[in-house]
Design a protein around this ligand. Structure first.
Ligand SMILES: C[S@@+](CC[C@H](N)C(=O)[O-])C[C@H]1O[C@@H](n2cnc3c(N)ncnc32)[C@H](O)[C@@H]1O
Length: 282
């Protein structure tokens, strides 16, 4: 496969994404201005930008349409609908997992919520011998990922296709920027119960846990909830050399309430079988 072909379109998408973000932020700053003229102009331009931009994107982008269609879907297993991704997005995590699995060449890895395949391709570079499975819920992402990950050791499935649910297990599962909803950060809710309830997060982790081997790694980042609150967390412990990070984002507890403090969280956990309930330690 031509790796450049997989990476090149990403520059365009990435650039457009950043441009949209930067214009949106400027208009939001105008809306919050103390100068009433600037504020009203900002509100007007923001509404125009949202409406015009969305209509234009709906007309020209099948990707945008696919995301909007997904967002109006009432599936109870739907997590993040935005599909932003890029190559090598989490180098520290990928490196830590590679170190853990260093002497095991015949690995089987799962990228759950693989979007358009960049994570699968990245894992392919970190783990040159591994079989890698990518799963996503958005058919547009699946089609794109299948074209990009056209290698015998990579397979891409829709989440409804049971073929990805390997009964003999994965050595590592990557669930990155999936178990969350953008609205929980943009709408500043005190409870996430209406937007993205804890039960959905918990249920997904229980399912993923059933496909992870003993001593396998569960890698979770950019989530609305803490792994420690999940039902399966009691038989996991953090990977010792995955340094905890201070999360500068809103997170919620198991009763869907916003946590008041920033959270220091681990992102890679080892599945250890049944352990006594209690605080997790390295
Ligand atoms: C922001 S992308 C994350 C991509 C990649 N993991 C990364 O971090 O760069 C979130 C992805 O999760 C997918 N997703 C949401 N709910 C899902 C589900 N139930 N099963 C599989 N994928 C899901 C979305 O379609 C989207 O592509």
């Amino acid at each position: 496969m031509n790796q450049d072909a997989a990476i090149k379109p990403n520059f365009i998408r990435h650039g457009l994404f950043r441009l949209r973000q930067s214009i949106g932020r400027r208009l939001e700053a105008m809306k919050a201005s103390e100068n009433p003229v600037l504020r009203v102009t900002g509100m007007f331009m923001y509404a125009l930008w949202q409406l015009g931009g969305d209509s234009l994107r709906w007309l020209v982008s099948s990707e945008f349409r696919s995301i909007r269609q997904l967002a109006t879907n009432s599936r109870t297993d739907l997590h993040q609908v935005a599909n932003f991704t890029k190559m090598d997005r989490y180098p520290l995590l990928f490196n830590a997992c590679r170190m853990y699995h260093i002497n095991k060449p015949a690995l089987r890895l799962l990228s759950f919520g693989c979007s358009t395949g960049e994570e699968v391709l990245t894992l392919g570079q970190y783990f040159p011998q591994a079989q890698i499975v990518g799963v996503d819920i958005n058919p547009w992402n699946i089609k794109t990922a299948q074209q990009r990950c056209d290698q015998p050791r990579m397979s891409i499935y829709h989440t409804d296709d049971p073929a990805w649910q390997m009964q003999d297990g994965y050595d590592a599962i990557f669930c990155l920027a999936v178990l969350q909803r953008t609205e929980n950060r943009t709408q500043n809710p005190q409870s996430s119960g209406e937007i993205y309830p804890f039960s959905r997060f918990d249920h997904q982790l229980t399912q993923l846990d059933s496909y992870l081997k003993q001593e396998g790694l569960m890698t979770l980042d950019e989530a609305d909830y803490r792994f420690e609150d999940a039902t399966v967390a009691e038989h996991y412990q953090p990977l010792a050399w995955d340094k905890p990070v201070l999360k500068n984002r809103d997170m919620f507890d198991a009763s869907n309430q916003k946590l008041s403090e920033q959270q220091l969280i681990h992102r890679i956990y080892i599945k250890k079988g049944e352990m006594k309930k209690g605080p997790l330690s390295c």
